[in-house]
Design a protein around this ligand. Structure first.
Ligand SMILES: Cc1cc2nc3c(=O)[nH]c(=O)nc-3n(C[C@H](O)[C@H](O)[C@H](O)COP(=O)(O)O)c2cc1C
Length: 216
């Protein structure tokens, strides 16, 4: 049985990271359990054309953020881990202090106490010392701090290439195989041969096509 991965989407800019994460995991057949913070709902309306119902439909199970008695609130409910994409400073702060006032934070705290992977795609800039200390505190408790910072060595052509590179890095952390971006394999003639071979071989997992915005 494949254990579910918990995906939480909070109210930082970049809720598209969470949507694409859900879409990719669905295409890979990886079960997902979704928690949306209340603030994430506002950002969906501001930043994307997606109705919340469409976002929820990408997950296998959807929880209410107020339901701190949900399955994922207990360590006895087994999961593959959890990715918070994107993660606000507020949610980071609550996680770093085990202030489990909602299901996102409780589920994250459970992953840490059970020694499972918790990946926080923290999004804020610039960062003051307090933000950095919160990240250190969460990292000391076992969280992986993985801000969505774009890379360019894979020669992205579209915004979605950048989004996929960041969520691909998060999926690497929880051991989900994917082909979301071309990995660095060095440079020079040997690397060029390797890259040419890679380009010719078929991907081992389905690629994800961008989905057009819903008709209103
Ligand atoms: C358009 C928009 C963008 C925001 N971007 C960020 C952000 O990048 N990082 C952040 O920490 N908070 C951001 N916020 C503020 C959070 O939404 C706010 O602190 C909220 O209370 C967080 O709640 P949550 O962690 O439960 O989602 C943003 C708010 C709005 C409306």
């Amino acid at each position: 049985m494949t254990l579910p991965l918990i995906v939480a989407i909070t109210g930082a800019t970049g809720v598209i990271y969470g949507v694409e994460l859900l879409r990719v995991l669905k295409s890979l057949g990886q079960p997902t359990h979704l928690i949306l913070s209340e603030a994430a709902g506002l950002n969906f309306a501001i930043e994307t054309p997606y109705p919340l119902e469409e976002v929820r439909s990408l997950a296998d199970v959807v929880y209410n953020n107020k339901d701190v008695g949900a399955a994922v609130a207990s360590g006895s409910f087994r999961t593959r881990g959890m990715i918070v994409a994107p993660c606000t400073v507020k949610t980071l702060s609550a996680i770093a202090n085990s202030f489990t006032y909602n299901l996102v934070v409780r589920a994250a705290d459970v992953q840490l106490k059970e020694g499972r992977k918790l990946v926080l795609m923290v999004r804020e800039t610039p960062l003051h010392r307090g933000h950095l200390e919160l990240m250190m505190r969460a990292a000391d408790c076992g969280a992986v701090i993985l801000p969505p910072m774009p890379a360019f060595y894979h020669q992205p052509q579209t915004i979605m290439d950048l989004v996929h590179q960041s969520i691909g890095k998060a999926l690497d952390q929880v051991g989900v195989e994917h082909e979301l971006f071309r990995r660095w394999s060095g440079h020079g003639p040997a690397a060029a041969r390797h890259n040419a071979q890679e380009a010719q071989s078929a991907p081992s997992v389905p690629s994800v096509q961008p989905v057009p915005p819903p008709a209103h």
